[in-house]
Design a protein around this ligand. Structure first.
Ligand code: SF4
Length: 114
């Protein structure tokens, strides 16, 4: 508990979020996946195929604003995040660059099953 107390900034602690921009539309179809079967439930009707621009912008702004430390770890995770394409990640990186505080560094990472 002492350790946690020492790391907080104004009572706010750093945290790490895994963003899933492709959601259950992942096409890797791992046998153990719990997520792909959610496609019908989460992606029906007018739902965008991948994370929308509005959601991306809101996520980047709120996530950076919520981090008390000097490092903001962005992690893009499955479903398979590369399905969103290069344009999506260029948009995300540009938003991150524009939104970050001058004193913060951004550490992007991507996780996939393969
Ligand atoms: S990469 Fe992840 S989301 Fe995609 S099928 Fe495998 S476990 Fe599911």
């Amino acid at each position: 508990m002492e350790l946690l107390k020492d790391r907080g900034v104004n009572g706010v602690f750093p945290f790490h979020v895994l963003a899933k921009p492709a959601g259950p539309r992942c096409n890797l179809r791992c046998a153990y996946c719990f997520y792909v079967e959610k496609e019908e439930e989460l992606c029906s009707g007018d739902a965008p195929a991948f994370m929308s621009d509005a959601t991306l912008e809101r996520f980047v702004q709120d996530y950076i604003a919520s981090q008390p430390g000097s490092e903001v770890p962005f992690a893009w995770q499955g479903g398979e995040p590369t399905l969103c394409g290069i344009d999506f990640f260029e948009k995300a990186f540009e938003l991150q660059r524009r939104t970050r505080r001058e004193s913060t560094s951004l550490t992007p990472s991507r996780q996939t099953a393969y």
